[in-house]
Ligand binder design. Structure first.
Ligand code: PAF
Length: 286
C-alpha cells in the first residue's frame, strides 16, 4: 500500500493502471477506521483491480460548533488497519484539498436540508463538494459508501445522477457491534455507561419492525412508540425519528411495502444516527 499526499502524485500513479483498462474502486473516509470501513474496502477489493482509500477529515462538512477539532485522527493506526487491503491511501491535507480562494460548492438543494440537515446546516453541501472533488481526483469506476449514513448515500447518488458523474456508487450494509450498535468513529466519544445506553437506537429500530409485523402501518404511531421507548429507557435526547421513502427521503404517512426508518439520538454529548429498512412481510401462497 502506497501512501500519497498530493493530488498530482495520485493522478500520476493511477494513470497507467487506468490506461491498461484496470478497474479502480474508491472508498472515501475520514479515518478513525473500524470494521464498517473495512467491509467497504474488502468489497472494493473483490470487485476492482486497484483500490484507493482516502482519509480526509473534511472541514467544510462540520458546523462551527461541531467536533472538527476533536474528531479522532490516528493515521498510524489507520495505516496498520488498511495494510494489505488497499493499493493507495490518499491522505491530503486541508490546503491540498482547498487551495486559497476556493469558492465552488455543490449544493444539494432540499435533500440536504431534511433530517440531519435540519440541525447540521451546510453539512451535506460540504459532503457533496468534497466527494465530487475526490471523484474527480481519483476517477474511480466505482465508489463505496455505508448504509449507516443513509441520507449521505441518497445525496451522493443524486449528485452523481444530476452532474452525470461516471461513477457507480454502491451502498453497503451497516456493520454492527455484537449488541447491535452501528459502528461509527464517533462511538469512541461514549463513556462506558453511554456505550451501554447507545444500544437503544438498534433496539428501537427492531421494535419498529415488530410493530410493522404486528400490523401497524401508521408512521406517526410507530414514531410515537419509539420516542417513548427511547426516552423511557435511557437518558437520551431524540433529535428526530422519521419514516421516509428510501430513494426520495420524502415523508411517508403510511408504510405500504418498504420504508426507511431513521433516527438521530444524542447520548451524553454524542450524536448518534442509525436506520433500518422496514418491510411488510408478504406471506407466501399456499
Ligand atoms: O462518510 C464519511 O466519512 C464522509 O462524510 C465522507 C463521505 C468521507 C466525505 O467526507
Amino acid at each position: 500500500m502506497k501512501i500519497v499526499k498530493k493530488i498530482g502524485a495520485l493522478r500520476k500513479a493511477l494513470e497507467s493502471p487506468r490506461c491498461q483498462g484496470r478497474c479502480i474502486g474508491f472508498v472515501p473516509t475520514m479515518g478513525a477506521l473500524h470494521c464498517g470501513h473495512l467491509s467497504l474496502v474488502h468489497r472494493a477489493k473483490k470487485e476492482n483491480d486497484i483500490v484507493v482509500v482516502s482519509i480526509f477529515v473534511n472541514p467544510t462538512q462540520f458546523g462551527p460548533h461541531e467536533d472538527f477539532v476533536h474528531y479522532p485522527r490516528n493515521l498510524k493506526k489507520d495505516t496498520k488497519i488498511l495494510k494489505g487491503s488497499c493499493d493507495y491511501l490518499f491522505v491530503p491535507d486541508v490546503r491540498e484539498m482547498y487551495a486559497q480562494g476556493f469558492r465552488t460548492r455543490v449544493e444539494v438543494g432540499g435533500l440536504g436540508e431534511l433530517l440531519c440537515g435540519r440541525t447540521r446546516k451546510g453539512h451535506f453541501t460540504g459532503v457533496a463538494t468534497v466527494v465530487a472533488k475526490l471523484f474527480s481526483i481519483v476517477l474511480p469506476q466505482t465508489a463505496y459508501f455505508g448504509q449507516k449514513d443513509a441520507q449521505q448515500a441518497v445525496i451522493i447518488k443524486k449528485m452523481v445522477t444530476d452532474l452525470n458523474i461516471p461513477v457507480k456508487t454502491i451502498v453497503c450494509p451497516t456493520v454492527r457491534e455484537k449488541d447491535g450498535l452501528a459502528m461509527s468513529s464517533r462511538n469512541a466519544y461514549l463513556s462506558e455507561g453511554e456505550r451501554r445506553d447507545a444500544v437503544v437506537l438498534f433496539q428501537a429500530l427492531k421494535s419498529a419492525q415488530r410493530l410493522v409485523d404486528s400490523g401497524v402501518r401508521e408512521s406517526a404511531r410507530i414514531i410515537s412508540v419509539l420516542n417513548d421507548f427511547i426516552t423511557r429507557t435511557v437518558s437520551a435526547r431524540v433529535e428526530y425519528i422519521a419514516i421516509v421513502d428510501e430513494a426520495s427521503l420524502s415523508t411517508l404517512e403510511k408504510i405500504e411495502r418498504r420504508a426507511l426508518l431513521l433516527l438521530a439520538v444524542t447520548v451524553g454529548k454524542t450524536r448518534l444516527i442509525d436506520n433500518m429498512i422496514l418491510k411488510i412481510k408478504v406471506s407466501g401462497n399456499r
